[in-house]
Design a protein around this ligand. Structure first.
Ligand SMILES: [Zn+2]
Length: 160
């Protein structure tokens, strides 16, 4: 008689980004090398975007940077807010909120992360601009329909 333990089977991890087999149970679902790459690339992207003061208040800039980190992590980790919160060490409630906005804008589908930036070369001006626009969707400052973004009027907050 062959005993199959479905629980044990489910914990066998494969890196979502490079398909390397993970030694221990898939904590974040990416291997250490890919996790480091996500971290480095997020920092590169933020560096390329420069100071984002024009976005709005200090809090809105911070929200957008966090949203950007969540969105970029999702390209490796998949559209799973809880997994991303664990990976980034970020607040789960806030991360879920970004995730809900990404879902509403169809940037996150049930298992994919899709954006117009995905066809532009990494760190090209187009990539940076389009990725930032989707990050603004996550932070609630813009909405996206079919490849178009609109800023949400929030003048009192901007003036504050
Ligand atoms: Zn990997």
């Amino acid at each position: 008689m062959i005993l199959i333990d479905p629980v044990e089977e489910a914990t066998v991890g494969i890196c979502r980004a490079c398909e390397l087999e993970l030694e221990d149970a898939a904590e974040f679902a990416v291997c250490a090398a890919c996790a480091r790459l996500v971290e480095v690339e997020t920092a590169q992207l933020l560096l390329r975007l420069g100071p984002l003061g024009a976005i709005g208040t200090v809090a809105q800039v911070a929200d957008t940077k966090q949203s950007l980190a969540v969105l970029y992590a999702s390209t490796a980790l998949g559209p799973n807010a809880d997994r991303i919160a664990q990976f980034l060490g970020s607040n789960r409630t806030t991360t879920r909120q970004y995730g809900m906005r990404f879902r509403a804008a169809r940037i996150w589908t049930h298992d994919e992360v899709l954006g117009p930036w995905s066809t532009s070369p990494w760190l090209s001006p187009a990539f940076c601009r389009l990725f930032l626009m989707d990050a603004l969707v996550g932070s609630g400052l813009a909405v996206r329909g079919k490849g178009r973004w609109e800023f949400i009027a929030d003048e009192p907050a901007r003036a504050a």
